[in-house]
Design a protein around this ligand. Structure first.
Ligand code: IMP
Ligand code: MG
Length: 322
């Protein structure tokens, strides 16, 4: 039976916000869930809101305070255990909350649903790569943090190029998602083009796929996923300068500044990262992990053992594609 909210008993439903404070977790499952969210760098607040659910004689007769609020997802989460009596009671409260506050998003979460929750946040590709959390040393930047950084870059670039149009040149393949997001965060007219680099013992760094467009007299913004030693970037910049663009600047999502051997002028940096192997959001280890929606540091043993990658096509010995 679906309960209907009793309009005659109801005052204006108004949630009660508590000021943020450190409350000890009531249940070990809450501490565990908080640790899970921290691992994925998903922001959370513990029990910030109390929702009056039922009124009698002008007084609140029933209230509900969900365990967590996730501000980036605008979602309340109520954890539940396996005890059926509790589940039934909590289900009823959640249903009632949805009736009284139709604009509030809330889920009732079982322990086994933690990873399912991630897929609701666009983390579904965690399954596709069969990436197990134990392969990740740690999450460096969450999907929400990346999007904030990309929006900031887009704004800055749009301001700097006011009155101009741009040719965005992406270095394949690591820029796949970054360039797609960045291009849509830039409000100037722009053209997109790509080049791809290859490293071989005989030739060193060289362009294996060149631009389609003629960039002479154009404002070119070269977009990279990560600048490490700067060797690739230095090579590309020299090649592009020869084509006499009106201007040439560099934007990189990640700057592994510690590792720099050649000084390269990077005008726009999304994030500076430590000297560790980073994958996700387009960056790969042997073509894997590109589709992770977040950036993470791989555990050393994952990239030191080749076994899990035996069934994948490897780049020819001595050649490395970006
Ligand atoms: P550099 O020539 O040493 O600056 O290397 C830059 C290129 O190496 C990048 O465009 C990436 O393709 C690759 N690379 C460097 N560090 C990482 C990493 O941590 N993860 C994935 N690829 C990386
Ligand atoms: Mg690259």
């Amino acid at each position: 039976m679906v309960e209907q909210p009793d309009a005659t008993e109801r005052l204006d439903p108004e949630p009660i916000e508590s000021p943020p404070r450190q409350r000890p977790f009531v249940h070990p499952a809450e501490a565990e869930f908080a640790a899970f969210l921290d691992f994925y760098r998903i922001r959370w607040v513990y029990e910030p809101t109390t929702f009056p659910l039922r009124w009698r004689d002008g007084h609140v007769a029933e209230m509900f305070r969900p365990d967590f609020y996730l501000p980036e997802q605008d979602l309340y989460v109520e954890l539940t255990t396996m005890r059926q009596s509790l589940v039934t009671r909590k289900n009823r409260k959640v249903r009632k909350l949805r009736q009284v506050y139709p604009n509030v998003n809330i889920v009732l979460l079982y322990r086994k649903d933690y990873h399912e929750l991630l897929s609701r946040f666009g983390y579904g590709s965690v399954d596709i790569t069969s990436l197990r959390p134990e392969q990740i040393e740690r999450v460096l930047l969450s999907a929400a943090e990346i999007q904030l950084g990309v929006a900031r870059l887009g704004e800055q670039i749009s301001t700097d190029y006011a009155g101009k149009s741009i040719v965005l040149v992406g270095v394949l393949k690591g820029i796949t998602f970054f360039l797609a997001d960045l291009a849509r965060a830039i409000t100037r007219p722009l053209a997109l083009d790509y080049l791809q680099l290859s490293h071989t013992v005989e030739e060193g760094v060289h362009i294996s796929k060149d631009l389609d467009l003629d960039i002479r007299g154009q404002h070119v913004l070269l977009v990279e996923d990560i600048v490490n030693t700067g060797v690739s970037m230095d090579y590309v910049l020299r090649s592009l300068r020869e084509r006499e663009p009106a201007s040439l600047q560099v934007c990189t999502l990640l700057d592994k500044a510690e590792r720099r051997l050649l000084p390269v002028p990077v005008r726009y940096v999304g994030f500076t990262v430590p000297n560790e192997f980073v994958v996700g959001y387009g960056l790969d280890y042997r073509e894997l992990y590109r589709n992770l929606p977040f950036l993470c540091v791989l555990k050393r043993e994952v990239y030191e053992s080749d076994a899990p990658f035996d069934n994948l096509k490897q780049p020819a010995a001595g050649a490395r594609e970006e």
